[in-house]
Design a protein around this ligand. Structure first.
Ligand code: NDP
Ligand code: GDR
Length: 344
């Protein structure tokens, strides 16, 4: 039997990988996209189907998590078996500049979606995109029972969403779960997040477009995995008999410094010559150390990441080099010619 899923945030990094996974599994996928004055569907263009084709598997709908009545109409019309709520203003630093909007989408948007499900009375399963940022100042390793100590408007909004999902599960018997996902990246990551900012800088420096990259706190530690592995965990969470929240991460953490070392090192460059600290990228309060304890997901879901930290960064460097028309060998040749000691 055909299964149907609705994905909010389908045009984002995770939405694109999740749409691929669900289509591969034979789902009909409906995605919510925002109307914008320019195209914002680059990450899913390869999946697009003309609505005039027969047996269309992917359908996009305009909508916004700030518009609750639209959500209810859509849910009634689609009657999805599964809903993945990935839409959010997802940038932590930006949430300090736009705290109300971040809360409107991340926190209230989630309760709008829950209310739409409740009012329409459909039988569905909801995945809510929770985050390791909710642990904030709690020391690692963080697991499902670690106290939440959020340190940004983004994290506070996600924590509100976490608790309403928990309330609706308990109060109304909904199948609704929180994934508490640690950082996950890919070549599709937006270039304002630190991994992609660094891997893109490597490629642009070699291509002669930039000379340096300016970063903020180099001491922060993150548990980075590959987005493709993490969307698999989202799907697995909705296939369980009992709805339950799960922490998803690799269990390994690295500093921003180490990230720079691996990314620049891949092409034979010493990162210290190209990275400068600019205090404008410091946050009013920072989450210093995140490292998952994913034991519950390992044992109950049987989930394990397939891609480790170095492989992830290498894939991202390769993709950014490719975007500049360079192979890894060509990049190393440029480094040998232009960036050898004494010639810079
Ligand atoms: P992205 O920022 O890449 O994608 C966010 C998506 O949300 C985009 O499709 C965006 O649309 C959409 N969106 C933003 N605001 C609205 C709105 N008001 N109404 C409808 N859609 C909106 O995030 P990721 O894919 O990286 O993350 C997916 C989710 O998982 C997010 O909720 C994020 O907070 C959470 N998360 C992410 C982690 C990570 O490391 N990537 C870790 C833990 C949680 P548009 O393309 O138009 O901007
Ligand atoms: P994060 O990711 O805040 O963890 O949120 P980000 O890549 O933005 O920052 C990670 C760490 O790197 C430090 N940092 C910088 N960050 C950015 N963006 N730009 C810089 O120049 C820079 N220099 C240092 C940050 O201070 C921070 O410590 C991501 C998002 O995807 C969230 O939506 C998600 O919930 C969490 O991951 C888990």
């Amino acid at each position: 039997m055909d299964r149907t899923a609705l994905v909010t945030g389908i045009s984002g990094q995770d939405g694109s990988y999740l749409a691929e996974l669900l289509l591969e599994k034979g789902y009909r996928v409906h995605g919510l996209i925002r109307r914008a004055s320019s195209f914002n569907t680059d990450r899913i263009d390869h999946l697009y189907q003309d609505p005039h084709e027969e047996d269309v598997r992917l359908t996009l709908h305009y909508g916004d998590l700030t518009d609750g009545s639209q959500l209810a109409r859509l849910i009634r019309a689609i009657n999805p078996d599964e809903i993945y709520n990935l839409a959010a203003q997802s940038h932590v630093a930006v949430s300090f500049d736009q705290p109300q909007y971040t809360g409107n989408v991340g926190a209230l948007g989630t309760v709008r979606l829950l209310e739409a499900i409740r009012e329409t009375g459909i039988d569905t399963r909801l995945y809510q995109a929770g985050t390791s940022e909710m642990f904030g100042a709690s020391p690692p390793p963080q697991h499902e029972d670690t106290p939440f100590r959020p340190r940004s408007p983004y994290a506070a909004a996600k924590l509100y969403a976490y608790w309403v999902v928990d309330n609706y599960r308990e109060g109304y018997g909904m199948y609704a779960v929180n994934g508490i996902l640690f950082n996950h990246e890919s070549p599709r990551r937006h270039a304002t997040f630190v991994t992609r900012k660094v891997t893109r800088a490597v490629a642009r420096i070699i291509a002669g477009k930039d000379e340096k990259v300016y970063l903020g706190n180099l001491d922060a530690e993150r548990d980075w995995g590959h987005a493709r592995d993490y969307v698999r965990a989202m799907w697995m969470m909705l296939q369980q008999d009992t709805p339950r929240d799960f922490v998803i991460g690799t269990g390994e953490s690295h500093t921003i410094r180490e990230l720079c070392e691996v990314a620049f090192g891949r092409v034979g460059l010493d990162w210290q010559s190209f990275v400068e600290v600019d205090p404008r990228y410091f946050r009013p309060v920072e989450v210093e150390r995140l490292q998952a304890d994913p034991s519950r997901a390992n044992s109950l879901l049987g989930w394990k990441p397939e891609v480790g930290f170095e492989e992830l960064i290498e894939e991202m460097v390769a993709a950014d080099l490719q975007a500049e028309g360079l192979t890894l060998d060509a990049a190393r040749a440029v480094v040998a010619e232009k960036f050898t000691a004494g010639r810079r």
